[in-house]
Design a protein around this ligand. Structure first.
Ligand SMILES: Cc1cc2nc3c(=O)[nH]c(=O)nc-3n(C[C@H](O)[C@H](O)[C@H](O)COP(=O)(O)OP(=O)(O)OC[C@H]3O[C@@H](n4cnc5c(N)ncnc54)[C@H](O)[C@@H]3O)c2cc1C
Ligand code: SF4
Length: 338
């Protein structure tokens, strides 16, 4: 691990200022991803700017009836927050499907969005990886690619975004609030993460020196009809091979509004407007759910070891929408530890 300097930010403006002053610096929140990456010599910041004491730990209702979540709210606190459990149980469920209790206690909301891919080669500095070292090549395309993407890939990178929480945030159409040298701005969730294209080293559309300050949820939480299903190699402490966040608004068994987002299959949570609009006005049944799944996966392309994800995702979408429609969401096997 390289030597680095450490400083603490006193407020958001100070954090941005310190980051501008030292381009080789990185913010550190829970440290659950960044410290690992530094130990693997994948990330080499020369300064860590500790943002953990900034006043970004609130979960509060907004004037328009939504909820604002500070970027430093720990994942556990968010999952068990009464407002989130009651109004956005899809988000609670997705968070509780991730990592372990200890990690969720440390991991922050902002850090979860910015966690980096789990592609094996990204962590292995002895192998080429365009995301870690632009222009060096992609070892996964012809390598062990079981965990890699089947949608939105490019010839430069087939990595996935590993977050569970982000899949629910995509389905809920959250907004990301950021502050930077040019002031504050808001990014709709669908535009936050990027597809790899020919710039896979860029995971998201944050501008240089910007800090995430909050996530805003719109009023509609789909509390009655939702489900988050995560399929993985072990029942806990494993990243998703495929995950699905489904949310429905029903009226007399007919679908008024539908949201479906996939995790574990692309460089960002995967949604497709056609797949959701095909559900609109239909009776909630497996035939129409299968149509939506086919549309969602229409452009999927498997590689040597991960083609199984396409069929798996199709079945998972149908099952998750069925659970949502019945009001019987997938229960995460996690006990409340307060
Ligand atoms: C063994 C293990 C298993 C895991 N399993 C899962 C899982 O199943 N599902 C899942 O979703 N996640 C999983 N995770 C990932 C975990 O959720 C993330 O590591 C965590 O959310 C990152 O948050 P953090 O606060 O620790 O971020 P840090 O490690 O502190 O930071 C991560 C990155 O975000 C940047 N950053 C942090 N906060 C901000 C901010 N406010 N503004 C701008 N930049 C910021 C940092 O500079 C850094 O680049 C797992 C992690 C581990 C170690
Ligand atoms: S898939 Fe992306 S992260 Fe993985 S080796 Fe290829 S370029 Fe690197």
């Amino acid at each position: 691990m390289n030597n680095f300097q450490y400083s603490r930010a006193t407020d958001v403006a100070d954090a941005v200022r310190q980051n501008i002053a030292d381009p080789a610096a990185k913010f550190i929140a829970g440290g659950t991803n960044l410290i690992d990456l530094m130990k693997y010599d994948v990330e080499r910041p020369l300064r860590l700017i500790d943002i953990t004491r900034l006043p970004l730990k609130m979960v509060e209702e907004t004037a328009d009836g939504g909820v604002r979540i500070g970027a430093l709210v720990p994942n556990s606190d968010l999952a068990y927050h009464p407002l989130i459990e009651r109004r956005y149980p899809l988000l609670s469920s997705a968070i509780l499907a991730g990592a372990s209790q200890q990690l969720r206690n440390m991991a922050s909301t902002g850090g979860n969005l910015l966690q980096r891919t789990r592609c094996f080669y990204f962590y292995d500095t002895a192998t080429p990886c365009n995301k870690r070292e632009p222009g060096s090549g992609c070892s996964a395309i012809n390598g062990i690619n079981r965990i890699n993407a089947v949608l939105g890939t490019s010839e430069a990178c087939i990595a996935t975004h590993p977050s569970d929480m982000c899949v629910a945030l995509a389905a809920l159409e959250a907004k990301v609030q950021v502050a930077g040298p040019a002031g504050q701005r808001e990014i709709v969730f669908a535009d936050f993460h990027r597809l790899p294209g020919d710039t896979p080293h860029l995971d998201n559309n944050l501008r240089p020196n910007e800090i995430i300050t909050a996530i805003e949820l719109p009023p509609r939480g789909f509390a009655a009809n939702h489900s988050y299903l995560k399929i993985r190699d072990r029942l806990s402490y494993a990243f998703a091979l495929v995950s699905v966040a489904a949310a429905l608004e029903l009226e007399g068994g007919r679908i008024k509004e539908a949201r479906v987002a996939l995790g574990g299959v692309a460089h960002k949570p995967w949604r497709k407007p056609e797949a959701e609009s095909v559900l609109g006005g239909q009776m909630a049944d497996e035939t129409v759910f299968a149509k939506a799944a086919d549309l969602l996966l229409r452009d999927a392309k498997g590689y040597e070891h991960n083609a199984f994800k396409i069929g798996l995702a199709r079945r998972a979408v149908i099952r998750t929408l069925t659970q949502a429609a019945r009001g019987t969401p997938q229960v995460q096997s996690v006990k409340k530890v307060r």
